[in-house]
Ligand binder design. Structure first.
Ligand code: NAG
Ligand code: NAG
Ligand code: NAG
Ligand code: NAG
Ligand code: NAG
Ligand code: NAG
Ligand code: NAG
Ligand code: NAG
Length: 457
């Protein structure tokens, strides 16, 4: 093997490893909440800068300094999986607060005087929380899961370190399960409260439930998109821009198609009319917390007047320490009738980002659902493709970073990525092997002794 080959193959291998590692490390984070019982307070800890993940080393020092002041009865609520998105999806941010899946946790956080909220903890660090506390307190943890909780007896005269393991599922049952987990957390906290035992509680996930999407790879919307498909003709049609009263752009909208269909009729694409400037924006408004984009179409469909309205709200959500843009409603007003679709909680993005989705539709994997079963909206079907919108923190006529509705690291992409990396490895190895093949010297060298074939005498 020559020097070049050797360094090439080493390079290939290390870059593959580095790539896997960097993907893994930059995207896998879990939140961690820590609070104390009434009357106690965590020491003031300096929070990491927004967007920066907390490493296990930092976490260890956080917990150490916390235990200098916090009670030494420790309750660790370790959920199989958890991501900050769970709080935004199921935390009652959308619509009714009473509807949230984290009521007990939220009220405990509110009652505690100085809770610690880490929104992005390296998930390998969350794994070590249990060990850290065992080491600091010098006692072994009692492991409890929901089925053995009933048998647990609290001994107030003894320090306790409880590790309460909570399940998690992705999909339709998520919210129900999170509600159950929250009830369990409430029960455990009540048990300590009723015995008047002070405690320090920690709630975190052992793994992320969703891979966070705003990795640098997603960066600029057009870059993110071009990774997945050929770049669309972005330069051909500029986005719809609504200016606020000061004349500064405040809402941007772009889409490939804006298809609508009434009463099972033909699909009509509002796109061309929208982006060639024929649709007016009369009625649109925007301020710090509410953005409403109204697209008016006259005599374009079978209705004399049709209005398509996107209502967005900026919501501050304490756990993520961040403002979020939430699409609350998409409304159609047609000849005096109104049809209202709810955003169903799926259309949201950090407020300083734009929201992008390859397909926003009211039928397959609905991000838009009719407000009620009898709403006029049930007569309509909407299907927007390559849809991008930004209602807050607009700084010019270009979109900010795009937060995509489909995570970049979907299972399909993961599989493709890993398969191709494997292929590269195999190829490198194969190349390596081929380079090492040598023909036998003897046949090569005409000057060497010739082969003698012993003949029978
Ligand atoms: C909105 O503002 C931008 C930049 O300030 C300007 O170029 C554009 O003409 C304005 N559009 C309208 C419709 O006023
Ligand atoms: C939406 O409209 C475009 C252009 O009219 C069309 O090519 C596309 O097939 C339509 N999509 C659906 C889902 O009907
Ligand atoms: C915009 O597009 C629509 C539909 O293609 C067309 O009817 C209309 O005349 C166009 N308007 C302008 C100003 O180009
Ligand atoms: C924004 O506008 C909405 C309605 O248009 C209004 O209720 C709200 O108070 C406004 N917020 C601010 C901060 O001006
Ligand atoms: C739409 O059509 C109606 C009747 O056909 C007409 O009275 C009206 O002026 C038209 N509006 C526009 C904006 O063309
Ligand atoms: C969230 O938005 C409000 C106003 O809408 C602003 O005062 C506040 O500073 C923002 N918070 C963050 C963390 O950006
Ligand atoms: C349809 O919209 C009209 C006008 O807003 C409303 O009066 C009517 O009740 C709606 N119909 C249904 C079934 O929601
Ligand atoms: C839509 O939102 C309204 C108000 O926010 C709520 O009352 C209604 O239950 C929601 N509908 C669905 C289907 O989620």
């Amino acid at each position: 093997m020559t020097e070049v080959e050797r360094s090439l193959s080493t390079m290939a291998f290390t870059s593959v490893l580095f790539f896997i590692f960097s993907i893994y490390s930059c995207s896998a984070q879990v939140p961690l909440l820590m609070w104390t019982s009434d009357g106690y307070s965590l020491p003031h800890l300096s929070q990491p800068p927004a967007g920066q993940a907390v490493s296990s080393g930092q976490l260890a020092s956080y917990l150490k300094s916390a235990l200098t002041a916090a009670p030494h009865n420790v309750l660790l609520f370790l959920q199989d999986k958890l991501s900050i998105d769970d709080f935004t999806m199921y935390g009652g941010v959308f619509g009714n607060k009473q509807d949230g899946a984290f009521l007990n946790i939220e009220s405990a956080l509110q009652a505690s005087s100085n809770p610690l909220v880490l929104s992005a903890l390296d998930w390998s660090a969350s794994d070590s929380v249990l060990k850290l506390f065992q080491g600091e307190l010098g006692i072994t943890a009692v492991h409890i899961d929901p089925s053995t909780l009933k048998e647990f007896q609290l001994n107030p005269s003894q320090l306790s370190l409880l590790a309460i393991h909570l399940p998690y599922t992705t999909g339709a049952e998520s919210k129900e399960l999170l509600l159950k987990n929250d009830e369990i957390i409430g029960e455990v906290l009540d048990m300590f409260k009723s015995h008047d035992v002070p405690y320090t509680a920690v709630y975190t996930g052992l793994k992320p439930s969703r891979i966070i999407q705003d990795t640098p790879i997603m960066a600029r919307s057009s870059v993110g998109r071009s990774l997945l498909q050929a770049p669309p003709q972005l330069s051909v049609k500029p986005p719809v821009i609504f200016n606020n009263t000061e004349g500064q752009p405040c809402i941007l909208l772009w889409a490939d198609n804006l298809n609508i269909s009434y009463a099972q009729g033909h699909w009509v694409d509002l796109g061309p009319e929208t982006f060639n400037g024929s649709a007016t924006l009369t009625g649109s408004t925007c301020n710090e917390t509410i953005s409403r984009l109204v697209l008016n179409y006259q005599n374009f469909t079978k209705f004399q007047s049709l209005r398509l309205i996107f209502s967005m709200r900026k919501i501050f959500f304490p756990v993520s320490a961040r403002n979020w843009t939430v699409m609350e409603q998409v409304v159609l007003e047609y000849d005096g009738q109104t049809a209202i679709f709810n955003g169903s909680g799926g259309i949201y993005a950090p407020a300083e980002y734009s929201f992008h989705c390859q397909s926003v539709s009211s039928s397959e994997s609905p991000l838009l659902v009719p407000r009620t079963l009898t709403d006029n909206a049930t007569q309509w079907r909407l299907s927007f493709t390559d849809f991008q919108i930004q209602g807050f923190n607009v700084t010019g006529e270009l979109f900010s970073y795009a937060s995509d509705c489909a995570g970049f690291f979907t299972p399909g992409i993961w599989m493709g990525l890993l398969t191709s990396l494997l292929m590269v490895l195999i190829l490198t190895y194969g190349l390596h092997m081929i380079m090492q093949l040598h023909t036998m010297d003897r046949f090569d060298d005409p000057k060497g002794p010739s082969i003698s074939v012993p003949l029978n005498e």
